[in-house]
Write a protein that binds this ligand. Sequence first.
Ligand SMILES: C[C@H](O)[C@H](O)CC(=O)C(=O)O
Ligand SMILES: [Mg+2]
Length: 398
Amino acid sequence: MAIVQLPKIKHVRAFTVRGGGADYHDQGAGHWIDDHIATPMSRYPEYRQSRQSFGINVLGTLVVELEAEDGTTGFAVTTGGEPAAFIVEKHLSRFLIGRSPQEYEKIWDQMYFSTQYYGRKGLVVNAISGVDLALWDLLGKLRGEPVYHMLGGAVRDELQFYATGARPDIAKEQGFIGGKLPLHHGPAEGLEGMDRNIALLADMRAKCGDDFWLMYDCWMSLDLDYATRLAHRAWHECGLKWIEEALSPDDYWGYAQLRKNAPKGLLVTTGEHEATRWGFRMLMDMECCDIIQPDVGWCGGVTELIKIANYADSRGVLMIPHGSSVYSYHFVITRHNSPFAEFLMMHPGPTEVVPMFAPQLLGEPVPRNGRIRASELDKPGFGVELNRDIALHRPYSN
Ligand SMILES: C[C@H](O)[C@H](O)CC(=O)C(=O)O
Ligand SMILES: [Mg+2]
């Protein structure tokens, strides 16, 4: 039987898109996701009300499209905009053109180590992740297989989701297994801010009852003392399930101490702004958290997430990827140490379940009653198509 040789990559294109989608903070006015949410910039009053005021949405979405010799295309979206498009077109494309998508390990290695002198985390690894996701999409489209089949197949029949957004009470009615609230007040707002954080959580606990998971997402905004005090009050007064990304991603020592300081039973989680197997090894070897939360569009893509997830599994650490739509769904359904997934509520309220990366992905599945069945992922690649009716801008070429 002849060995299958897939067509090689002929074209690499990087586009940018504004307005929601993969850069999900890039929303219009009045959206819950930009309503006085605590960040490291909250120490400056002028940047406290709106995260867009300090530039959280400055990058926009990066779309990576790979076209094979036979005309088949694979694509992916992530956060990165024009600077990431430059890196894809002017640097990474040389490792892709004329190559088979089957070589995703060697291609990843060349993309990472050729940019290591100016990359390693953040924007550069976002760009690498976008290329890697497009490679896996192209591979699936050429093979006629969903990505989750290529990752070993489903270990359960369906995905269960918790919802991130301002209305956990509505999320409970919609069938989600928990609700993660954004933290609104950081250390700069003192005891009054802490009391308001607890009052909101207590109100949601009263509305949701005792059995519904409630979590706080602190988006890197706290110091160790404040995070420790918040953890104890939120656990003892409101039954908080986990405190997420309380500290700077660079403060591995702080996370290790927070995990020691936290009340027994409260989970400490982080990782969405961490990258590569080496960054997550640091989090796990220093025992910084109970759950790692890589974003597959930011940590290095599927090729790197395989390495991260397997190391976590060997250490008994849960790996619940940060919300990244189909790119995490196809991974989570194949891993026992990923028992549930995140769904980021992108409706402004949020009062409705809408596709997370809308309007960029045609055919993007959404949870119904807080679940997506594995069979809903049974389309080639990541099972979505690029919406070509949106304004795609190609600022560079290779
Ligand atoms: C809600 C958080 O501030 C952020 O916008 C999203 C996030 O960190 C998450 O979904 O996790
Ligand atoms: Mg988060």
